[in-house]
Design a protein around this ligand. Structure first.
Ligand SMILES: [Zn+2]
Length: 396
């Protein structure tokens, strides 16, 4: 066999063993051999390398028969790390994420409204470096950076094609951040990474067909099929905020008339409210409804109706097993949750689809984008052999 063929097989086997233990912990060496079909000698060599470089832990477990102890292996969650970044209009969140999707260190940086991309990305790079040094994270263990932001993102190149919320157009986020940090960078839409976090470790764990719907500054969704984010032709699948629900309706920020988000998005609700009374935020709008103000009730009731309609439309389109709701409107106001619990399934969802899916709420709320971005970087950049070489030059 050629040297590079041997090397290829070795790398492939290591990846298989590492994934197997990561996804089915804890496992004995014998079980790994049985599940992968590799020889016990091969398993023992790979495991010993992984163990030596601290990628694995051994635990002892009592077996059922006469008090014998079995030695089982599990992955050390801190042996591979990534950085997750959320860029929002006025805020940047940075987190170091471990293999179990836990945030093990974080920073929040303010962002000036309409700050230029170069300035924001410079602050992010500085923030990442500061976080790594201050909390003494092992740089060699970091596989890359994931970034989540609102807008249309070219996933392959890591470019923000258009982010209306940030005021960015054709911004090479991956290129700039890689230059500043020396780390690999993956970029995606914020709801897509959030849905990944919920699928892997949150509200949709174990689901094979889940849709996350975000009701926040805009309205959007992300579909995960068998563990994969469904992107569509240009990574725009799920942009339901601009589906037209009333061709004779209200003018949307996108220039069209009657888009779904003109009935639900925060800015739109505030704009409609301010035609009647000065209202600064959603809290004031909901307070007005609680105080019995008819106009506030009518704006909120219409928004809740459109939320239920959206859930029903999504169910018809994708036939998911789980719908995850997220965003300020559903997370902060109990009225909205009660409306969905009482009325959505019974009054809005088409009868054959009733009860075929569960409606759940985000398990991560504010951390979701940071966690999902970090997990995205791990899934795209983790190559266990390269990681091993980076931690210590091992004998090939
Ligand atoms: Zn629109």
């Amino acid at each position: 066999m050629q040297k590079h063929d041997q090397d290829y097989i070795k790398r492939k086997n290591r990846a298989t063993v590492f994934e197997m233990i990561k996804n089915n912990p804890p496992l004995s060496r014998a079980e790994i051999a049985r599940l992968t079909g590799m020889s016990p000698t091969t398993i023992s060599r790979i495991v010993s390398d992984l163990f030596h470089l601290d990628f694995m832990h051994e635990i002892e477990q009592e077996t059922s028969s006469v008090g014998r102890k079995a030695v089982l292996l599990q992955v050390n969650p801190r042996s591979v790390l990534s950085v997750g970044v959320e860029i929002d209009k006025t805020m940047i969140r940075i987190g170091v994420i471990d293999l179990d999707g836990r945030v093990i260190g974080s920073r929040t940086i303010e962002r000036q409204k309409n700050e230029a991309a170069e300035a924001t990305l410079g602050n992010i790079a500085a923030g990442i470096n500061e976080l790594i040094e201050a909390e003494d994270f092992d740089r060699r263990r970091i596989v890359g950076i994931g970034v989540g932001l609102p807008g249309i993102i070219d996933y392959a190149s890591g470019t923000a094609v258009l982010s209306a919320q940030l005021g960015w157009k054709q911004t090479d986020i991956a290129g700039i951040l890689k230059k500043l940090t020396g780390l690999e960078v993956a970029v995606d839409n914020e709801l897509k990474v959030k849905s990944l976090a919920e699928h892997m470790y949150g509200a949709a764990k174990g689901s094979s067909r889940s849709v996350l719907i975000g009701f926040g500054s805009g309205v959007g969704s992300s579909l995960i099929i068998d563990g994969e984010i469904y992107r569509g032709e240009s990574n725009s699948a799920g942009e339901i905020g601009h589906t037209v629900v009333d061709p004779g309706g209200i003018l949307c920020e996108c220039g069209k008339v009657g888009c779904l988000q003109t009935y639900i998005a925060e800015a739109s609700l505030l704009e409609q409210s301010n035609k009647i009374k000065p209202i600064a935020n959603l809290d004031e709008l909901f307070q007005a409804r609680r105080d019995g103000e008819f106009w506030a009730a009518s704006i909120i009731d219409r928004a809740m109706t459109f939320i239920a309609v959206t859930i029903s439309n999504i169910a018809c389109m994708y036939n998911p097993d789980t719908v995850i709701l997220t965003g300020k409107l559903v997370e902060r106001f109990s009225e909205v949750r009660e409306f969905i619990a009482d009325k959505c399934m019974d009054q809005f969802v088409w009868e054959p689809l009733r009860g075929t899916f569960q409606i759940v709420y985000s398990a991560f709320e504010n951390d979701g984008v940071v966690i999902g971005s970090g997990l995205l970087a791990q899934s795209r950049f983790l190559d266990i052999s390269s990681q091993m070489e980076q931690v210590e030059l091992i004998d090939n």
